[in-house]
Design a protein around this ligand. Sequence first.
Ligand code: GUN
Length: 296
Amino acid sequence: MTARVIDGKAFAATIRGKVAGHVARLKADHGITPGLAVVLVGEDPASQVYVRNKGKQTAEAGMASFEHRLDAGTSEADLLALVARLNADPTVHGILVQLPLPGHMNAELVINAIDPAKDVDGFHISNVGLLGTGQKAMVPCTPLGCLMLLRDLHGDLSGMEAVVIGRSNIVGKPMAQLLLGDSCTVTIAHSRTRDLPAVVRRADIVVAAVGRPEMVTGDWIRPGATVIDVGINRIETDGKTRLVGDVDYASAAKVAGAITPVPGGVGPMTIACLLANTVTAACRANRLPEPEGLTA
Ligand code: GUN
């Protein structure tokens, strides 16, 4: 068996198209332009690339993009003051503070200072609680993207066995909550899980989000299972840098029913879902119907 390749790049383009259509209607019918503010503190090269891509795709979707670049020595008080200004600004519907923050800042404090209704990352403690109790929340972008791919592939996920490998607050835990919300039987596995291959072999759906290059191999996968690889790892082979996931693609693709590649799988879905969350936030702020198919 050779797995069907899940084309996240194409699906993300479809999501961005839906977002752009919704933005155009919000502008034409209600005079509302959804706005996303991205805050970057410091010069982390990977973060700079993310922030540039976010700004570009936000503008391409017809939304207002506000970029705030602060130098690495900015005080936490000054960052909190900026967050307070963005919370109060009616042209800003979504706020994203790029992580990681410099070491002298308390990231939890900063994230929890964002108005939960504008927290398009879904990291605020209120959104975490809302998601955990099955209430309407802002949902973290990467798990939302994975859920959209899974729903597109399977339709109803009800009753499926899902194993999430990784227990981070950004991916593993919210992913598990979303799958539970769609009535999967969910296991969260992690570095201390006993006999991890045997646990993963139970899964109809495997979501790998551990940050260990090519850890999940084909012999861990139940034949026909769907494999969602969240990992983005840079490795050196023969002096060349390659991007690989947390799944050993070559062996897993021989066993799985469907699999996301790296790159071109989950990665492009993250920013697409950030744009989707921004439109959702703009609709909620104005008590307008939410876009269909862009939320959990
Ligand atoms: N750094 C890497 N990924 C993310 C993300 O999704 N959100 C934020 N705020 N920072 C990040």
